[in-house]
Design a binder for this molecule. Structure first.
Ligand code: GDP
Length: 426
């Protein structure tokens, strides 16, 4: 069986969760490979409406096994809270359908607090963190100053390791931020209250994935955020602290040899961006208010209003390239139905010249959008399920995007529900 990955082409919030939820029918396993509980997927299906942060979207399909790979930032407390919320809607979560890599690093009790302390120190120069501890966590991971989930099974070594980390981290907490130090009692409480409860789910997910593929099973990899938030390829320093791009999925899932047969890039029919950083095609004022309201553009994790703008062809083309997408899903086309004229950012203007290649991140501040307008369709398209039934102007818009980004658009989503989708046959 072939493997597949669903990735975000832009800033995140493209609707990846809804695409994974749709496609999990065809896959046996859904694996998350990076990020933590700092963003969120909203998924609406026959079981209800779910805001998923850390749990893979496959948790909502019976029979699908879900993996949190070694590249994921596992926060035991947040994970348990999310599991309870999803269970409350009648979804079963057991060690049979959720497996946490023994090589995944755990967020320690101080990571969330450190995020807040640093954003406070930065004041008006802050990065716009969701304060879930993700940046301090990944910095510590790369300094080898976290513990692996599997260490929970080695109590003696674990306690010694945690004592060392506590002594080291308190130097920063008290010395740099002048905050209250952590104690071993606090750590023990954390171990008892949260870590003990996730132990049944921890296993060697690498062996599980490899054996499953050898037995003919197929994997869907699920990304968090999008290309422009990738630590190496994104809009530094307004990126996330992990690699969101498809190429990292085999590494972060626990199966470095995994082959990605389909790379489905998700593009929203217009642009949105949460938090700080350059956003060339941003809209302001009434125009922005209207689009934000029509698209319900408020963060799944924080409830923050998302910044909105015209579809950015320059950024999207770049996103498609760095993801090496093999096909595209356009989402939220229905949201644009109210517009008379649909704005698209076709180029950037930089130093008096038109450019169509995404520039070095620092140069983005000086880029101005070149906007062209497409005729709208001014009719409800949310019940349409066949390509040929879409209004001509909607088809023209989709085909224009396809041509400009150089990648086939196979899915057009016209609503948040599982079945509000047009599949374009090859
Ligand atoms: P993700 O993190 O990429 O999965 O994206 P989010 O879940 O943060 O944001 C996507 C939002 O758009 C969710 O609230 C979805 O329910 C919703 N959504 C997804 N596809 C469509 C669509 O085609 N039309 C509409 N109206 N809403 C959609």
């Amino acid at each position: 069986m072939s493997n597949c990955i669903v990735v975000g082409i832009n800033w995140g919030d493209e609707g990846k969760g809804r695409m994974v939820d749709l496609l999990t029918e065809e896959y046996d396993i859904v694996a998350r490979y990076q990020g933590g509980g700092n963003a969120g997927h909203t998924v609406i299906n026959d079981k209800g409406t779910f805001a998923l942060h850390l749990l893979p979207s496959g948790i909502l399909r019976d029979g699908v096994v879900n993996i949190l790979g070694n590249g994921v930032a596992v926060d035991p407390e947040n994970l348990l809270t999310e599991m309870e919320a999803v269970r409350a809607n009648g979804v079963s979560i057991t060690p049979d359908n959720l497996k946490i890599s023994d090589r995944a690093s755990l967020l320690l009790p101080w990571h969330r607090e450190l995020d807040g302390l640093e954003e406070e120190r930065l004041k008006d120069k802050k990065y716009g963190s969701t304060k879930q501890g993700i940046a301090p966590f990944y910095s510590d991971k790369y300094q080898k100053k976290t513990i692996l989930a599997g260490e929970l099974f080695y109590k003696e070594e674990l306690m010694e390791h945690l004592q060392d980390l506590l002594t080291w981290k308190n130097l920063t907490i008290t010395g740099v931020y002048n905050a209250r130090p952590y104690t071993m009692e606090m750590i023990e409480e954390w171990l008892d209250n949260y870590c003990e409860k996730i132990k049944p789910y921890i296993c060697d997910t690498g062996v599980y994935l490899k054996d499953s593929v050898d037995n003919g099973k197929s994997i869907m990899f699920e990304a968090q955020l999008g290309s422009l938030r990738d630590l190496d390829y994104g809009i530094h320093p307004y990126t996330t602290s992990s690699n969101t791009i498809a190429a990292y999925a085999p590494i972060g899932s626990g199966y470095p040899g995994a082959k990605l047969d389909r790379i489905i890039g998700v593009v929203k029919a217009y642009s949105t961006c949460v938090g700080e950083g350059p956003f060339v095609s941003e809209m302001f004022g009434e125009e922005a208010e209207k689009l934000r309201a029509e698209g319900h553009e408020y963060g799944a994790k924080t409830g923050r209003p998302r910044r909105v703008g015209a579809l950015d062809i320059v950024a999207t083309r770049y996103g498609v390239e760095v993801q090496a997408a093999t096909e595209i899903a356009i989402t939220k086309l229905d949201v644009l139905s109210y517009m008379d004229k649909i704005p698209v950012c076709t180029h950037y203007e930089l130093d008096g010249k038109r450019i169509d290649r995404f520039p070095f991140p620092t140069a983005l501040n000086a880029c101005k959008p070149v906007i062209e307008y497409f005729d709208g369709w001014k009719t409800d398209i949310s019940k349409i399920t066949r390509w040929e039934d879409l209004p001509e102007n909607a088809r023209k818009y989709v085909l224009y995007i396809e041509r400009e980004i150089g990648c086939r658009i196979t899915y057009v989503s016209v609503g948040p529900e599982r079945d509000s989708i047009i599949i374009r046959e090859v």
